[in-house]
Structure formats: C-alpha cells, structure tokens
Design a protein around this ligand. Structure first.
Ligand SMILES: O=C(O)CCC(=O)C(=O)O
Length: 246
C-alpha cells in the first residue's frame, strides 16, 4: 500500500479506492454482525435511523448510527489500518470517527441514490471530513456501484429537494461530466473507497440478482468545525420539506 500515492489521488480526485484493506474473515464477521443488527436492532430503531425500500419485501435500504447501538460497529471505527490510512491523508490534526451507516442496495429492489455532496448537509469547515466505504459484496455497474465525479470536491454546488426517501437533497443541475468525469467504483469485498466530504457521488438502482451492501464510516479532522448556524438552518429547511411532502 503506497500511502503517498493514495493521498495524492485523494487530493486530486476527491476519492480513492484502496484494495484488500479487510480480510475475508473480517468481511465475514462484518456480514454476521450486520445480519444480527438487521434482525434484532433495526426493528427497534427510530425513523431516520433505518429506511426500507418501497417494494413488497421491504428490504433494508439504509441504516445510520450503527455505532450507537453496537459495540462491534463502534469499535470498527478505530480499526488500525483505517486510522493509519487517514493519517497519510491528514498529516495535521487527528481523525475523529463519526457516524457508521449501512447502504443495502438489495438485489432487484435497490433504489437510486441521487447525485449529492455530503458537505451540503454536514457543514464541516474547513471541509476536512470524509467517508470510508467498506465493500461487503462485489459492486459493479449492474448492481448500482457508487459513481464519483472526479475533481468535484473543491466547491459545493446548489441542491434542492430530491423526493427520494433517505437522500432528501440532490444537485440542482446535471453533473458537468466534461469537467468532472464520472467513475464507477467497482469494489471487491474488503476493498474500501475513501470519499471526500464534498465529492459528488450517486448510484443507479439495482435491477440485478446481486445485492450491493456497503458500510460507510464518517471521519472528520480535529481541525474541522461544524458550522452550527448552517446546520440549524438546514435542519429547519428539512423539517419544512418533510412536513410539505408527507
Ligand atoms: O450507497 C449509496 O448509493 C450512497 C452512499 C452515500 O451516499 C454515501 O456514502 O454518502
């Protein structure tokens, strides 16, 4: 693993894929913990912590805050390999783990993720924050692999209500793919992708027979602060939108 080239690619593109960070055994364990979480914890969660797909089977679409209800997922945030990688990306300051999410993108029922930039919702200043996506299943263009727009992380663009449950905002304008060419992140189990907090990303529905499960762990640098005013404004706007679109 060449930490220097990982850091260079991340800075240039706003995302980077790192292969084989987790072993097969570790991925199997993550899978077991997820199964148990879905069976025992998900049914007890509040709205906002779990979303189901709109199909008859109602498979899990996404879950947030897994670190709050599971010691395993809480501890996973401090994985030594991950922290070592993050030190290379952020030589100054310390990586502080945030939320652990799960994106199910289930076989046949996985729905679209509209194009968005996470810092439009998260408000980190300076934008020293990122998401580590851990692949549990192989991801391909057929089963809704994540798609990132290269070099799109330098500026936040306007968003509006998307109408998609769980991904409430999307970019106002189509992605300028001449300026920011899109790339499918085709991952194998145990690979990770590191996404800058402002990189434009999206994914297509999953119409295939193969699920595309991924965990996403948020980190921020100790040098980043949340713009509380912007966060409060955003929360009010979302509440209004949800009331209007109930
Ligand atoms: O899995 C997806 O399609 C979306 C993931 C996402 O939006 C994220 O990790 O921020």
């Amino acid at each position: 693993m060449n930490l220097q080239s990982i850091a260079r690619d991340f800075d240039r593109d706003g995302f980077v894929v790192v292969r084989d960070v987790f072993t097969k055994e570790q991925v199997n364990q993550i899978e077991r913990e997820l199964q148990s979480y879905i069976t025992t914890v998900a049914p007890t969660l509040d709205a906002g912590e779990v979303y189901y797909e709109d199909s008859a089977q109602r498979p899990v679409k996404a879950m947030h805050g897994l670190n709050r209800h599971s010691e395993f997922f809480n501890n996973l945030r401090s994985d030594a390999n991950l922290l070592n990688l993050l030190r290379a990306l952020w030589p100054d300051g310390q990586a502080i783990p945030e939320n652990v999410s799960y994106f199910g993108k289930p076989a046949r029922d996985g729905s679209v993720t509209p194009a968005h930039q996470d810092n439009f919702f998260q408000h980190w200043e300076p934008p020293l924050a990122l998401t580590v996506t851990i692949s549990i299943d192989p991801s391909t263009p057929r089963n809704g692999a994540l798609i990132c727009a290269k070099g799109s992380h330098r500026k936040l663009l306007p968003h509006h209500y998307s109408g998609v449950m769980g991904f409430s905002m999307t970019l106002d304008d189509p992605i300028d793919t001449e300026q920011f060419p899109e790339e499918h992140l085709c991952l194998q189990p145990g690979d990770i992708a590191i996404l800058h907090i402002a990189v434009i990303h999206r994914s297509e529905p999953n119409r295939s027979d193969d699920s595309r499960r991924q965990l996403a762990i948020g980190y921020r640098s100790s040098l980043a602060r949340k713009n509380q005013e912007a966060a409060a404004r955003h929360k009010r706007m979302l509440e209004e939108l949800h009331a209007k679109h109930k």
